[in-house]
Design a binder for this molecule. Structure first.
Ligand code: ASP
Length: 351
C-alpha cells in the first residue's frame, strides 16, 4: 500500500477513535440536589444525619430514574423537590420553619431552560406541595409569580391538595423558633440600644435558615431545569419573601448556559441576582461553571451567605457553599451517584 495511503488511514482511524471516545464520555443527563446551606452534620445526632442522608439518596434516585428513562428535566426537578417537601426533615412543605407570628409561609419556584418559562408562589399557607403549584403558575396562567392568599386561592381552583397551616408544624422547627425568641429577648434586655435590624441579625446565628431544598437537572433532550422550595427563615416577618421564589435570585435555568438553585440568606441572593449572575458569567465571560460559582460565593456574597448548586449545558455539576455545611447529592449518565453529607470526608471533619 502506498505510504501516503497508510498515513491517511492511520489519521482516519485516530479521528474515529477520538470521536468515539468523546461520544462515550459525553454526559447525556445529570442531576444535582441541595438540602439547604446553614446546617452541618455536627448540628445533628448520628441518627438524624443518617436519616438526612437516606432522604437525599432517595431523592437522588427518584430524579435519576426519571432522567435515565428519558423523562424531562422539568419532571425530574419537580418530583425531587416534591419528595423533599413531603419529608419533615427539610425546611420546605411539611417541616417548613415558623415565622414571627408562629405560622408557616412557603415559597417555591421552577424554571424551564428550554424556553425560559417559569412559575413561582410566595407566602402560601395551605398548599401541601408549593413546587407543584409553582409549576401550575407556569403552565396554567400568564403570570410568573403569585403570592399570599391569591396563590392559595389559585391552588384551590386547581384542586391541588391543601392542608391546615398547623400541618406544617414539627417539634424540631418549633424548638428552633423558641430558641430564637429567647435569644432575641435576652439580646434586647442586655443591649437595650439594639435596633430591630440588629435583633434580626441575632436570628441569623441561630440556625434560622437550614433545610431549604433545590434541584437542577439536564435531560437527554438537552433541556435544563431548576426548582427551589422553602419555608424561608425562622422568625421571618409576616409577609417576608426570600430569594427562593424569585426567578434570577434563587432559581434560574437557560439551555444556553446553566440551571441554578440557591440556598442561604435570601436577601443577599436577591440583592445580587445570584442565580442569574451564574448564567450571565457563562454567557458573557465564557468562564467555566465552577469558576463562576466560586467567584460569586467568595467575591460577591458576604461570608457564610449560603450555597449554590448548578449544572451547565454539558452536564458539568457544581455544588458549593460558604456556610458550615450543605447536604448535597449528584448523579449523571456516566454512573456518578453520590450523596455528600456526614459520610463525606470534608463534612465529617466539621463534626
Ligand atoms: N434562601 C431561603 C430564604 O431566604 C432560605 C434558605 O435557603 O435556607 O428564604
Amino acid at each position: 500500500m502506498p505510504r501516503f495511503l497508510t498515513s491517511l488511514l492511520l489519521v482516519l482511524a485516530m479521528t474515529l477513535q477520538a470521536s468515539g471516545q468523546e461520544s462515550k464520555d459525553k454526559i447525556t443527563y445529570a442531576l444535582a440536589i441541595h438540602g439547604g446551606a446553614g446546617s452541618s452534620p455536627g448540628m445533628f445526632s448520628d441518627k438524624a444525619n443518617q436519616q438526612r442522608y437516606d432522604a437525599m439518596e432517595a431523592a437522588l434516585s427518584t430524579g435519576q430514574k426519571i432522567l435515565a428513562q428519558g423523562g424531562t428535566s422539568l419532571d425530574a426537578v419537580e418530583a425531587v423537590v416534591r419528595g423533599l417537601e413531603d419529608d419533615p426533615q427539610f425546611n420546605a412543605g411539611r417541616g417548613a420553619v415558623f415565622n414571627a407570628d408562629s405560622k408557616h409561609e412557603l415559597d417555591a419556584s421552577i424554571m424551564d431552560g428550554s424556553n425560559l418559562e417559569c412559575g413561582a408562589v410566595a407566602g402560601v399557607t395551605t398548599i401541601k406541595n408549593p413546587i407543584s403549584l409553582a409549576r401550575m403558575v407556569m403552565t396554567e396562567t400568564n403570570h410568573v409569580l403569585l403570592s399570599g392568599s391569591g396563590a392559595d386561592l389559585f391552588g384551590k381552583s386547581m384542586k391541588v391538595p391543601q392542608v391546615d397551616n398547623t400541618w406544617f408544624d414539627t417539634p424540631a422547627t418549633l424548638k428552633r423558633w423558641k430558641k430564637i425568641q429567647e435569644k432575641r429577648d435576652n439580646a434586647s434586655l442586655k443591649h437595650q440600644s439594639l435596633k430591630r435590624r440588629d435583633l434580626e441579625i441575632v436570628d441569623m446565628d441561630t440556625g434560622s435558615y437550614m433545610g431549604t431544598v433545590g434541584c437542577v437537572a439536564l435531560d437527554q433532550h438537552g433541556n435544563l431545569a431548576a426548582a427551589t422550595s422553602t419555608g424561608g427563615m425562622t422568625n421571618k416577618r409576616f409577609g417576608r419573601i426570600g430569594d427562593s421564589p424569585i426567578i434570577a435570585a434563587g432559581t434560574y435555568a437557560n439551555n444556553q448556559t446553566c440551571a441554578v438553585s440557591c440556598t442561604g440568606i435570601g436577601e443577599e441572593f436577591i440583592r445580587r441576582a445570584v442565580a442569574y449572575d451564574v448564567a450571565a458569567r457563562l454567557k458573557y465571560q465564557q468562564v467555566p461553571l465552577q469558576k463562576a460559582v466560586n467567584e460569586i460565593l467568595t467575591n460577591e456574597l458576604p461570608a457564610e451567605a449560603g450555597g449554590i448548586i448548578a449544572i451547565d449545558k454539558d452536564g458539568e455539576i457544581c455544588m458549593e457553599y460558604s456556610t458550615k455545611g450543605m447536604a448535597r447529592a449528584a448523579a449523571d449518565s456516566s454512573g456518578r451517584f453520590e450523596v455528600l453529607w456526614h459520610k463525606d470526608k470534608a463534612d465529617s471533619q466539621q463534626k
